[in-house]
Design a protein. Structure first.
Length: 390
């Protein structure tokens, strides 16, 4: 039996993703909020919105903390309470869960959840250092390992245990780059081939340039309401019917297995159980493909295939647009971009478009059930949400 709605999404907004020169986080977030408000004319932002929960990973990029009230100010929401959520690359996915909890508690009826990051004005070395703060300081950072290195360890373990190939990882990149060409808000709207991906510069073997997500600026947001109020604001709400979150060790070296993310697996199981659904019920999903191997592992962790079969799933075309379960129709982190604090609710934004048939060229026909999967760090945090169209 399909679970009852926890909360309902009545509108959503997304800034352009990319290199947004001359803009601060606050301006980028205001762009996303503006779209959400314009799509929901029955909503009075001043009177109706009761709180803001926003994901933002790093103060270091702009040397700016206290993100909650800063963004609330530029979104025209003062003096409403505003809270910043930090969970590395899963920051806004966990902000979404926090907004759900706020409504379920009865404390609030209408809230905005979202996320933002401004990264491209920093050098690659600086961004790499700031991102590495989501890994273990004494046992990972001090020894010079970065996130490409950590995910390369996962990739080599997966290759060794299951025979996963570099070509299969390249096929993830090709698929997501194709989808990104259909998304006008994606950072990199550029087709690539398996040959080009395979020939690109090695970042941390076996991961190459086209196996890695983009350093990006961007913001995203959702307007959540109690399900009983949803029809007041829209004729086509999207209901969140499952929500899961779990944690694991911050250090990859402490994990029992490198070929699975336990937190993601457990968060998915919790979300499926709450929604009363199984993996076979999904019509579309947005998965955290910070690196191509991460998408392959996520297929397995989310039960879309058995352990070790993720590479075959992409090779067979199952996860392409038009396949049995299209994954990352937005282009994913790989092509749409990965402004880390914004990613979780950007995934939810895409599912909202898909389930309300607003995804245009990349629309998954007849999509009724969607899932988003957001991971922080090397898997120390994971949030999974399941959505149903009205």
């Amino acid at each position: 039996m399909v679970g009852k709605p926890l909360v309902s999404i009545v509108s959503a907004g997304l800034s352009k993703f990319g290199r947004l020169d001359g803009m601060y986080c606050r301006e980028i977030f205001a762009e996303a909020v503006k779209e959400a408000f314009e799509k929901c004319p029955n909503l009075d932002p001043v009177k109706d919105i009761e709180a803001l929960f926003v994901g933002h990973m790093g103060e270091a990029y702009e040397h700016q903390g206290h993100t909650g009230p800063t963004l609330a100010d530029w979104a025209g929401m003062l003096p409403k309470p505003a809270v910043r959520i930090e969970s590395a690359c899963a920051s806004s996915g966990i902000a979404l869960r926090t907004g759900i909890l706020a409504i379920l508690s009865g404390l609030h009826k209408i809230v905005i959840v979202g996320g933002v990051e401004k990264m491209t004005h920093r050098t690659t070395a600086e961004v790499t250092e700031f991102l590495a703060m989501a890994s273990d300081l004494p046992f990972e950072q001090w020894h010079g390992i970065t996130f490409p290195g950590l995910y390369a360890l996962m990739a080599t373990a997966h290759m060794h245990e299951y025979g996963t190939t570099e070509e299969q990882m390249a096929q993830v990149a090709v698929k997501n780059h194709h989808n990104g060409t259909l998304n006008p808000k994606a950072h990199m709207q550029k087709e690539i081939t398996v040959e080009k991906a395979m020939a690109s510069k090695v970042v941390a073997w076996p991961l190459k340039l086209y196996d890695c997500s983009l350093i990006t600026d961007g913001a995203s947001c959702l307007i959540l309401t109690h399900p009983d109020l949803a029809k007041k604001f829209t004729d086509s709400p999207v209901h969140i019917i499952g929500s899961g979150q779990a944690s694991d060790t911050i250090g990859l070296y402490e994990r029992e297995k490198l070929t699975t993310l336990r937190a993601a697996r457990l968060a998915g199981q919790e979300a499926y159980k709450m929604a009363g659904l199984e993996p076979k019920d999904l019509d579309v999903a947005e998965i955290h493909d910070c690196f191509t191997i991460a998408e392959i592992i996520a297929y397995e962790d989310l039960g879309l295939c058995s352990s070790g079969k993720g590479g075959s799933l992409v090779e067979e075309g199952t996860t392409e647009l038009g396949g049995n379960i299209p994954i990352n129709p937005s282009g994913g982190l790989k092509s749409k971009g990965h402004p880390v604090g914004a990613t979780g609710t950007a995934q939810a934004y895409e599912i909202y478009l898909q389930l309300t048939e607003q995804a245009e060229e990349r629309q998954v026909k007849g999509a009724e059930i969607g899932l988003s999967h957001n991971v922080g760090g090397s898997g120390a945090t994971a949030g999974v949400h399941i959505y149903r169209r009205e």
